[in-house]
Ligand binder design. Structure first.
Ligand code: OAD
Length: 227
């Protein structure tokens, strides 16, 4: 029998139990940093050092954290399903848990790119500082989709969701578009699940909600999926 297609749409809550702060929970990243200062092209123009330092700290933290049980359960599902992940997260915890098909909608901390040409993108694990130039001669910047910028992978993400038999949303406040609109691309025949301790499901029909953390919710979901 052909394997069913399952897509996970994940947000910051997915990595919360690994010790990475979310953005909008109390004490989240946006409580201590202004989005327009550290996550916008204008902010980068105004104060590149502030922005580079912000992402340097995020990148450094990646090497101190590990995938959690929920990342691992998603990776293990590849034995029985065709699994795609569409993540808003810029960490690499899905990959490190063993998932093989991960689409990063908002970029990746472990990459940097030229300020002149976004296609000039390279692996980058060290701190990124002012004066560090791409081989094309222009300043490097974090490979992050900032507010006000295009989301180049959105079309690919929409196609993946449209083809899925099962759509699972994990740990996102559903506040940031176009990512938050992806779930509405699901086919009317698809099964929909939402895992989040504080689920924002307004307007979502026939969705099964687990108002739980990612690790607890994923354990329950795996039991249902493997029945
Ligand atoms: P948010 O911080 O907006 O939302 C985090 C979600 O995770 C909330 O719904 C929480 O209830 C949930 N959560 C908290 N702890 C959890 C846990 N242990 N298990 C499961 N869920 C938990 O983060 P995102 O929705 O990912 O964009 O934010 C979307 C985008 O906004 C981010 O990609 C980032 C941000 O600005 C950019 O920087 C471009």
């Amino acid at each position: 029998m052909q394997k069913k297609k399952i897509v996970f749409i994940t947000g910051a809550g997915m990595s919360a139990e690994s010790g990475i702060s979310t953005f909008r929970d109390s004490d989240g990243l946006w409580e201590n940093h202004r989005i327009e200062d550290v996550a916008s092209p204008e902010g980068f123009k105004r104060n590149p050092k502030l922005v580079l330092d912000f992402y340097n700290a995020r990148r450094k933290q990646l090497f101190e954290v590990e995938p959690n049980e929920a990342h691992k359960l998603i990776a293990q599902l590849e034995e029985n399903f065709i699994v795609d992940i569409i993540t808003q997260n810029v960490d690499d915890l899905h990959e490190r848990a063993g998932s093989t098909k991960v689409l990063h909608l908002h970029g990746e901390l472990r990459k940097a790119r030229s300020t002149k040409n976004e296609k000039h993108c390279i692996a980058w694990d060290a701190d990124l500082n002012e004066g560090e130039l791409c081989p094309d001669g222009h300043q490097m910047r974090p490979h992050i989709v900032w507010f006000g910028e295009m989301v180049p992978e959105i079309e690919n993400a929409m196609k993946i969701v449209q083809k899925a038999d099962i759509v699972v949303v994990v740990g996102t406040s559903m506040q940031v578009y176009p990512a938050a609109g992806l779930v509405y691309e699901a086919s009317s025949n698809a099964d929909l699940y939402f895992i989040d301790p504080n689920p924002n499901i307004s307007g979502m029909q026939k969705v099964k909600v687990f108002a739980k953390t990612a690790t607890e919710g994923m354990k329950e979901l795996v039991e249902i999926l493997m029945k």
